[in-house]
Ligand binder design. Structure first.
Ligand code: NAP
Length: 480
């Protein structure tokens, strides 16, 4: 029996016409039916959020924090169930899903504790008997639009800071993986967050996005997703002078220098390029290798890649799940074809996996192109699949030049034991997230998150930076 999941508006579960949520590893499996919200549902949700705002924003922040701690507890109590659901709706492996649900628990606890701080600015006045300070106020009703690739953590890292700052929200999850976000909203309901504070409307991004950005009570929009949708939203939101935060795609490089620990570098590149099927905004899609170790590194990486086990993420030992849907599979295969024309036959992978259980889902081989040069399409465009472009650099300076030669700037990694090179990389790299001797992917919630150049716009997410997006200052000058 298939479960039907309603939208959540003004504290009520609202049902209507539905759309399907299917398992990309086994398309015969229907994970659930979700209510297809309309533009008028978005309007109702925004009005409910506006009505709930005065009481929620004037509740003491530590009391809001106590409710967020309860949300964290509920998610934690159901971690195994929610993780299995995530693997079934998104395709990532069960250990990856468990890690992500754990991250959502930690995010709620981190921002719950922030309720007892919400630090403003306090500094002495130039004048006698004048007290000056600035305190944080919520923005009002905030719209949150989330992608499918981190279907629990991204809703969590937008919802929790929005709520602790005293905002009320309308959340629009990705249509491909709405269940993980729905579970968080259900946890908010069970935790006793008052009606209207959190609203959830699933359905078509185009229709609901337009309605959200035009809904009169909305004061800010936080979006994570593709560059094209981000660009569209930016134009619409600017017309209404909404505060906007956009986290979008990457074309992330990992530089490997000759002095790197070779085994660790191979492992880090394979991990960042292929785990989660390359469907991470922080995935490495370009490996830039110093000339003197290029052949040795490439051979070792190919050997490692051949050993990766692709399959249904529910099965123990599987390291790489399917593409999230048929459209993403086609995108992966399209770029593999482009890569063949540009760089020749891939050194490993390059095909859809078929036969047996593979026929049930959207599986593609982890794929490596070698000899890629900077102007090739596969060195410039985000693929969002398990496809890695390996490039040769003459030396460190050439590697840095190649690494910066894209319009995107989300994250970047270097593998080296030379501390001077590390600092030159940290200062010279045009990216918002930098890793050293680690995979490019794998961020933590307590630090600012976001990119530069065309990857991002607006204040950073997560950690203390999130408060700067979800709150505004009021500044006080008081003579006593
Ligand atoms: P997407 O197609 O842009 O969708 C993201 C969200 O926007 C979904 O909820 C989608 O709804 C909605 N949407 C679609 N059209 C819209 C419109 N016209 N107005 C408003 N909302 C609209 O992106 P995706 O395919 O889900 O995610 C993959 C992309 O996200 C990649 O580019 C990846 O790099 C990026 N990403 C970035 C980060 C980061 O932090 N920088 C993190 C994760 C992912 P529907 O699902 O109904 O279409």
């Amino acid at each position: 029996m298939t479960n039907t999941y309603g939208n959540y508006i003004n504290g009520e579960w609202v049902n209507g016409p539905t759309f399907e949520n299917r398992n990309p590893a086994d398309t015969g499996e229907l994970v659930g039916l979700f209510t297809k919200g309309s533009a008028s549902d978005i309007t109702s949700a925004a009005e409910a959020a506006a009505a709930a705002l005065p009481a929620w924003s004037s509740m003491p922040a530590p009391a809001r924090g106590a409710l967020l701690f309860r949300v964290a507890d509920i998610i934690e109590q159901n971690l195994d169930q929610y993780a299995a659901e995530m693997t079934r709706e998104e395709g990532k492996t069960l250990p990856e899903s468990k890690g992500e649900v754990r991250r959502s628990v930690n995010i709620f606890r981190y921002f719950a504790a922030e309720g007892a701080r919400l630090n403003g600015v306090q500094s002495p006045s130039e004048r006698e008997r004048v007290h000056t300070y600035a305190f944080r106020r919520p923005l009002g009703v905030v719209g949150l639009i989330t992608p499918w690739n981190f279907p629990s953590a991204i809703p969590a890292w937008k919802l929790a800071p929005a709520l602790i700052c005293g905002n009320t929200v309308v959340l629009k999850p990705a249509s491909l993986a709405p269940l993980s976000a729905w579970r968080i909203v259900e946890a908010c309901h069970k935790a006793g967050i008052p009606k209207g504070v959190v609203n959830f409307v699933a359905g078509s991004g185009g229709e609901l996005g337009e309605a959200l950005v035009n809904a009169e009570p909305i004061r800010a929009v936080s979006f994570t997703g593709s560059n094209s949708v981000g660009q569209w939203l930016h134009e619409r939101a600017s017309k209404r002078r909404l505060r906007i935060q956009l986290e979008m795609g990457g074309k992330n490089p990992t530089i490997v220098l000759a002095d790197a620990d070779m085994n660790a570098a191979v492992e880090n590149v394979a991990n960042a390029a292929f785990f989660s099927t390359g469907q991470k905004c922080t995935a490495t899609s370009r490996a830039i290798i110093e000339d003197s170790i290029y052949d040795r590194f490439l051979d070792a990486l190919i050997e490692r890649t051949k050993r990766l086990k692709v399959g249904n993420g529910m099965e123990p030992g599987v390291e790489i799940g399917p593409a999230v849907d048929e459209s993403q599979l086609k995108t992966d295969l399209k770029y593999i074809d482009i890569g063949r024309k540009e760089a020749g036959e891939p050194r490993v992978g390059g095909r859809r996996l078929t036969g047996g259980a593979y026929d049930k889902g959207y599986f593609v081989e982890p794929t490596i192109f070698a000899g890629v040069t900077e102007n090739m399409t596969i060195a410039q465009e985000e693929i969002f699949g398990p496809v890695l472009a390996v490039m040769r650099a003459r030396d460190f300076e050439d590697a840095m030049r190649l690494a910066n030669a894209t319009r995107l700037g989300l994250c970047a990694s270097i593998q080296t034991t030379n501390v001077s090179r590390v600092f030159e990389f940290l200062h010279g790299m045009q990216a918002g997230l930098l890793t050293v001797n680690l995979p490019s992917a794998g961020v933590e919630y307590q630090l600012p998150f976001g990119g530069t150049k065309e990857s991002s716009f607006g204040p950073k997410e997560q950690g203390p930076a999130a408060l700067d997006f979800y709150s505004d200052y009021k500044t006080v000058y008081l003579r006593y």
